[in-house]
Design a protein around this ligand. Structure first.
Ligand SMILES: Nc1ncnc2c1ncn2[C@@H]1O[C@H](COP(=O)(O)OP(=O)(O)O)[C@@H](O)[C@H]1O
Ligand SMILES: [Mg+2]
Length: 467
């Protein structure tokens, strides 16, 4: 009512007062007075509008801050990397009302290559292999800027061709650098709003704060995962230690038993000879003596292998070329290789250093491994043998295309007497002998299943070139 009364009433006679309330006070007075009142009113109206707007913004800020608060509390509690990224992206998309987004992060090692870690929403996305690389103008710029930037501002001069290709898929949109301790940890790319409106300062502010929070959280999950990996490795190393100790103890015990068996074995052999002699023409007794003799031979073989496992210290060590020893072994196996239709694939890295070792013992190791491989490739296959040099080790790998080994029995294959072969076929000593010998050489022997078979890996310390 006051409003209506005020409009165009500037010419009303001076002094005519409205009997009404105080709010209508401006409706009375002279023309100038009325004019002033109307100006005041307009100003008041503007103030109200701007206050309403400020209030609205404040409410949104509070809401944003509350969301950020809630999310970062959630971020800090989440230790799973993927779950963290999911939450981050859904929140970003929902909050600014955009249709799609992608997060680019460094994988595994920090090699400065930022590949897409996750994308969400609908539409066209860049190819998975398209990456941002640290050190480019764009990446340096965003790191320094440490705030979201519009794709449009980056696509001109700043981005290189690959980067432009990625940005185009989100244009017109925003790029949010995820900075942790002044280092770029990743990038969030977010496309235009579904409403087609421009991004507001609030959107940018929100994403900027959220980006900072997520960088810290990502770093936390990374640390957590790294710690997990480290403790897993430690556990594996401990298990390996216990395992080697057990094997060593087993080997020692077997060798002692073998030693004890050796003496009576010699006596038994002599008595068999005597029995044979005494049997004269009695074929039945001669036959029994023959069987006895064969079985005794078998025992003697096992005993010999057991003794090999624990050779007296001080076997002759010399500088040896592993490749030459391998070739000797393979020469022995040539005939069998043909018969079993096994293809040989030799790859020796040239100029590998020599190793300090006993040629005879190493020959025995390689022979055992090759024979095992032949045994599992009964219907043919490929035996790949490679020699390469690591920093201070010579690495020999034997890859077969056999069936591999069930994971649950892999830990047992180096134990003495462990065999999966039929009785009479295997003694289960081959690999334990290998293990003992390689240990004497300060090396390691391990097995792992591969995509198409199995792989034994022998590592021996390389002899350093003098000078
Ligand atoms: N290349 C291989 N592929 C699959 N299994 C293997 C291979 N080499 C060894 N093995 C497994 O390890 C066991 C132990 O081998 P080893 O100690 O040489 O004894 P043996 O050959 O007398 O059985 C074998 O019985 C077999 O189960
Ligand atoms: Mg064997």
């Amino acid at each position: 009512m006051t409003h209506r009364a005020g409009k165009g009433t500037g010419r009303e006679p001076v002094g005519k007062k409205t009997p009404d309330n105080k709010a209508a006070v401006g409706d009375t007075g002279s023309g100038a007075e009325a004019e002033a009142v109307s100006v005041l009113k307009r100003e008041l109206q503007e103030k109200i509008t701007s206050l309403t707007e400020a209030n609205r913004q404040l409410k949104r800020k509070i809401f944003d801050l509350y969301t950020i608060f809630e999310i970062s509390r959630n971020f800090n509690a989440v230790l799973d990397y993927h779950q963290l990224l999911d939450t981050f992206m859904y929140t970003s998309l929902a909050q600014v009302g955009a249709s799609k987004a992608a997060v680019y992060l460094e994988r595994g090692r920090r090699d400065g290559v930022f590949l897409v870690a996750k994308h969400k929403g609908s539409g066209d996305f860049p190819a998975d292999e398209a990456a941002f690389n640290s050190g480019t103008v764009l990446v340096d710029y965003l790191t320094r800027l440490n705030r979201p930037a519009l794709t449009g501002d980056l696509m001109g001069e700043i981005a290189n061709e690959v980067e432009r290709g990625i940005l185009e898929k989100f244009h017109p949109g925003l790029v949010v650098p995820l900075i942790f301790r002044s280092r770029l940890g990743g990038l969030l790319l977010i496309s235009e709003k579904i409403s087609n409106r421009e991004f507001s300062m609030d959107d940018i502010e929100f994403l900027s704060i959220l980006g900072n929070k997520i960088s810290v959280a990502i770093e936390n999950t990374r640390l957590y995962e790294a710690e997990n990996r480290a403790s897993q490795q430690l556990r594996a190393a401990q298990e390996q230690l216990v395992h080697s100790e057990r094997l060593a103890a087993l080997g020692e015990m077997s060798a002692k038993v073998a030693h004890e068996i050796n003496n009576p074995l010699g006596i038994i052999k002599n008595y068999i000879l005597l029995i044979r002699k005494a049997a004269g023409e009695n074929e039945e007794t001669v036959g029994y003596a023959e069987i006895l003799s064969q079985e005794i031979e078998r025992i003697a073989r096992i005993v010999k292998e057991l003794l090999d496992f624990h050779r007296p210290k001080g076997i002759e060590f010399q500088k040896v070329d592993v490749a030459l020893i391998l070739n000797d072994v393979l020469l022995l196996m040539e005939r069998q290789m043909e018969n079993k239709r096994i293809r040989l694939d030799r790859r020796y890295e040239p100029d590998c250093p020599k190793v300090e070792g006993s040629p005879e013992s190493l020959k025995q190791v390689f022979l055992n491994i090759v024979i095992n491989a032949f045994d599992v490739m009964s219907t043919g296959g490929t035996l790949g043998i490679s020699v390469s040099c690591d920093e201070d080790e010579v690495v020999i790998r034997f890859n077969d295309t056999g069936p591999g080994i069930p994971p649950e029995i892999i830990p047992r294959i180096f134990e003495p007497f462990f065999t999966t072969k039929e009785p009479g076929k295997g003694t289960g000593l081959g690999l334990s002998v290998c293990y003992g010998i390689i240990r004497q050489h300060d090396g390691s022997i391990t097995y792992r299943n591969t995509d198409d078979g199995g792989c034994f890996e022998v590592r021996l310390p390389a002899v350093r070139a003098v000078g």
